[in-house]
Structures are given as structure tokens and as C-alpha cells.
Design a protein around this ligand. Structure first.
Ligand code: FMN
Length: 215
């Protein structure tokens, strides 16, 4: 294997840089990722697991940072959705390479309301809305033609119509976080890592403990 080696020296993360609420620090870092040359800073790796322990990861796009958590959209019949239905514990991972930063989030995913999914669906480009009807996500298919024929069928069905309905099996999940880790690359592999976990009893006014972790 070629020896890939890079020193990380862009920035640092000190205890005094941290906010009490990790959601605020996430918003700040997400904003900073949006301000530099990253094609899709909202790309995140979503890991899910069955109760039996089969673990799967894939990229999805963060579409909303809500007061509750982090929202992405998908097919509710997909492999990931079936895993979430049987075990809501998930992990999200952001890696913003140019900033030499990583954020790890753990939490529980739950479906958002039909109304919220519909509202987001209505903002999507026409091709994506038709695409949602076309793809039986995660199912075995026998060829690309199957997809393309199905796309044409729905395109004709909705031609000239104002409204493209949302498929009932398409919608959002919201990940409510209960663990955050912020990682800033540093020189000599002495990276900065801070982990936030909820302190004590859950209340509306959630407080967090913060600890530095060894890199
Ligand atoms: C950059 C990128 C963005 C993606 N965004 C989404 C997304 O927002 N929602 C989604 O369902 N799949 C998205 N995908 C596809 C997923 O990675 C995955 O292939 C698909 O959801 C099926 O996963 P599953 O079979 O584990 O359910 C994206 C893939 C890439 C590479």
C-alpha cells in the first residue's frame, strides 16, 4: 500500500472554544464547512444496525437541522429504514477534509410527520420527485431498463400536472442526538477530541458533560 501521510495543522480545538450545548458547536462547524470549498458539506455517513448486530453504513444528505435533531430523507422500505424500524440507534459521521475536522453523532432516529415530509418533497426538483416513485430502493432489480421504463411511466402520468404526489413510502427521519464528538486534526497525531454526553436526568433544558479524549 502506498504510504499516505499528511500532517494536520489547520486549526486547534481548545476547551475554551467549546459551547455548553454541542448543537450550537455543530451549527458553527457546519456553517464553517459551508463557507469553504466543499461540494456537499451536508453529506454524512449514516450507520444503522439490526438488533442481531448487522451493521451498515451509507452516505445520505442532511436536509434540516431542527430543534430536535438532524433530518434526512429516504425510502421507508429501504434497507436502512427497515434497520431503523427494528433498532432506532444510529450514528452519523461528518468528515470535512479541508477543515481537518470530523464530527461523530450518536442517537435515535424517528420518522417525521407526513406533513413535514410532504412540505420538503414539494421543494424537490421534478426529476427527484418522479425518481422517488421510480426506485424500489434496496430491492434487487433486473436491469437499468426497468428503472428507466418506470421513470417514463411516471413522467407521462404526471405530465402537465401541477402536483406530483409524495409516495407514501418516502419521507424523513430525524436523528435525536445523545452523544457528540468533535475532532480537530493536529500535528504529530496529537489531535483534539471532545466528547459531549447528557449530564444526569433528561430535562427540557438538556445539559451536557464535556471531556477531552485521547486521540
Ligand atoms: C453523495 C450521496 C448522497 C446520497 N444521499 C442520499 C439521501 O439523502 N437519501 C437516500 O436515501 N440515499 C442517499 N444516497 C444513496 C445511499 O448512499 C444508499 O445507496 C441508498 O440510500 C440505499 O441504502 P440502503 O440500501 O442501505 O437503504 C446518497 C449517496 C451518495 C453517494
Amino acid at each position: 500500500m502506498k504510504q499516505y501521510r499528511k500532517e494536520y495543522k489547520k486549526d486547534q480545538l481548545e476547551r475554551q472554544d467549546l459551547m455548553d450545548d454541542p448543537r450550537e458547536l455543530f451549527r458553527q462547524w457546519f456553517g464553517e464547512a459551508g463557507a469553504v470549498d466543499i461540494a456537499e458539506p451536508n453529506r454524512m455517513i449514516l450507520s444503522t444496525a439490526t438488533p442481531q448486530g448487522r451493521v451498515s453504513s451509507r452516505v445520505v444528505l442532511l436536509k434540516e437541522i431542527s430543534s430536535q435533531g438532524y433530518v434526512f430523507y429516504t425510502n421507508y422500505e429501504s434497507d436502512k429504514a427497515q434497520q431503523i424500524d427494528s433498532n432506532p440507534r444510529v450514528a452519523l459521521l461528518f468528515h470535512w477534509e479541508v477543515l481537518e475536522r470530523q464530527v461523530r453523532i450518536e442517537g435515535s432516529a424517528k420518522r417525521i410527520s407526513e406533513e413535514r415530509s410532504q412540505a420538503y418533497y414539494d421543494t424537490r426538483p421534478e426529476g427527484s420527485r418522479i425518481g422517488a416513485w421510480t426506485s424500489p430502493q434496496s430491492q434487487i432489480i433486473y436491469g437499468r431498463e426497468e428503472l428507466e421504463e418506470s421513470y417514463k411511466k411516471y413522467e407521462q402520468l404526471y405530465a402537465g400536472k401541477e402536483q406530483i404526489e409524495k409516495p407514501p413510502y418516502w419521507g424523513g427521519f430525524e436523528v435525536v442526538a445523545d452523544r457528540y464528538e468533535f475532532w480537530q486534526g493536529r500535528q504529530n497525531r496529537l489531535h483534539d477530541r471532545f466528547v459531549y454526553t447528557p449530564s444526569g436526568a433528561q430535562s427540557a433544558d438538556l445539559r451536557w458533560d464535556v471531556h477531552r479524549l485521547a486521540p
